[in-house]
Each structure stands twice: as C-alpha cells, then as structure tokens.
Design a protein around this ligand. Structure first.
Ligand code: AP5
Ligand code: MG
Length: 191
C-alpha cells in the first residue's frame, strides 16, 4: 500500500494532479477541501460549521477534519493506497496522521511538494473563479488562504524533510509536464 501526500499552497494543482494520479495508479483520493464542500452542499451541521471558516479563508478545526476524514478513509476495503490532497495542513494534523498510519503499518511513502510561484497560483485560482462557484475564490480570500498557508502549513515542509520524504516537484509547467514529473516519482516508488 502506498500513501502519498500531495502538498502545496492554494492553486498549485493538487486537485488537478490528484485526478491524474487516481486514474493512472488507482489510489483513493482524500481531499479534505472536497469533503468539506460536500458537507456544505448537503446542508449538514458540519457543513455549516466548516463554511464559517472556509468562507473567511481560515482552517477548519482539526477535530472536524479528522472525524470526516477517518470515516471516508475506513469506508474503502483493501485500497491500493491513498492520495492525501490538502491534508495535513498543520503540524498537529501531520503528527496525528503519522501515528494513525504507523499503527496500521502503512506509513506515508512520499510527500510531493508542488512548487509554484505565488503569482502563478493566485492567477490560476482567479481564472478558476469564473466557473468554480467556490465562495473562497475571491481576490481577498485567495490572499488570506495564501497567508494562512505560509503561517500554518508551510512549516510542514521541514517536518517531512526531516523524515526524508519530501520530493519537490516543479509545478510551473503545463498540467501534462507536471504530471510526468509526478509519475516518475510514483513509478520509482512502485518499482
Ligand atoms: P482546499 O480545497 O484544499 O483548497 P486549497 O488548498 O486552497 O487549494 P485549491 O483547491 O484552491 O487548489 P489546488 O491546489 O487543488 O489547485 P487546482 O488543481 O484546483 O481547501 C479549501 C478550504 O477548506 C481551506 O481554506 C480550509 O478552510 C478548508 N480545509 C481543507 N482542508 C483542510 C484541512 N486539512 N485542515 C483545515 N482546513 C481545511 O488548480 C487550480 C486551477 O489551476 C484550476 O483551474 C486548474 O485547472 C488550474 N491548473 C492546475 N494545474 C495547472 C497547470 N500546471 N498549469 C495551468 N493551470 C493549472
Ligand atoms: Mg483543490
């Protein structure tokens, strides 16, 4: 079983490349952002709570994230592995995830870090905002999300570097170019 974290700031292509990865390698996609947006769409209590943070560009509390993620992850029987998209986002989330996976004997295999300039990721989200329908895809909130990433999520790079799991990927190319770089790393892992 392989467990991959697709790491990167907002708009760096985590969702886009996750789709490519699950189609080619048949891993289970776990996007905490998508899970929260589904809850909002369904009109659940959790969705309402998540929305109050997401719409401001702030992180949803860890307890809410974990409960929902755990439920999704354990509903799959004998998966080839997982691709974590937008999770973990804090040191606490990373530590809890490590504990959980190590206990099961399936630790994180690699962390692919999509390296994209701030300007480019901002432009990508602004472009996406024309059709995404995401309430957090507005100019002010995008900058807020980027600032929150720097404060709370960026320190994870050092965390995974220490574990020798961090692999930087140049995320500035076309979608296909970036996916070719990602595939190369996953193939190395499998073979
Ligand atoms: P989340 O849903 O995770 O959003 P994000 O991290 O802000 O990132 P995005 O989904 O906007 O971007 P992406 O990297 O997936 O890029 P994409 O592939 O779409 O989180 C949203 C919110 O939920 C958070 O702010 C927080 O409130 C909450 N949340 C989620 N997880 C949480 C957690 N673990 N803890 C606490 N709170 C949590 O690409 C962007 C655009 O660029 C697309 O239009 C795409 O087509 C285009 N594109 C992609 N690649 C390329 C390329 N190579 N060249 C040109 N265009 C490209
Ligand atoms: Mg995404």
């Amino acid at each position: 079983m392989i467990n991959i974290i697709l790491f990167g700031a907002p708009g760096t292509g985590k969702g886009t490349q996750s789709e490519n990865i699950i189609n080619k390698y048949h891993l289970v996609h776990l996007s905490t952002g998508d899970i929260m947006r589904e809850e909002i769409k369904k009109g659940t209590k959790i969705g309402a709570l998540a929305k109050s943070y997401i719409d401001k560009g702030l992180l949803v509390p860890d307890s809410v994230i974990f409960k929902n993620l755990y439920y999704r992850a354990t509903s799959h029987k004998n998966p080839n592995g997982f691709i974590f998209d937008g999770f973990p986002r804090t040191i606490n989330q990373a530590e809890v995830l490590d504990k959980m996976l190590n206990k099961k004997g399936f630790p994180i295999s690699i962390v692919l870090y999509l390296d994209v300039t701030e300007k480019e990721s901002f432009n990508r989200i602004m472009y996406r905002s024309q059709h995404s329908g995401r309430a957090d895809d507005t100019e002010d909130i995008i900058w807020k999300r980027i600032a929150v990433y720097h404060e709370q999520t960026h320190p994870l790079l050092e965390y995974y570097k220490k574990q020798q799991k961090l692999i930087p990927i140049n995320g500035m190319g076309t979608i296909d170019e970036v996916f070719a770089l990602i595939s190369k790393e996953i193939d190395k892992l499998i073979n």
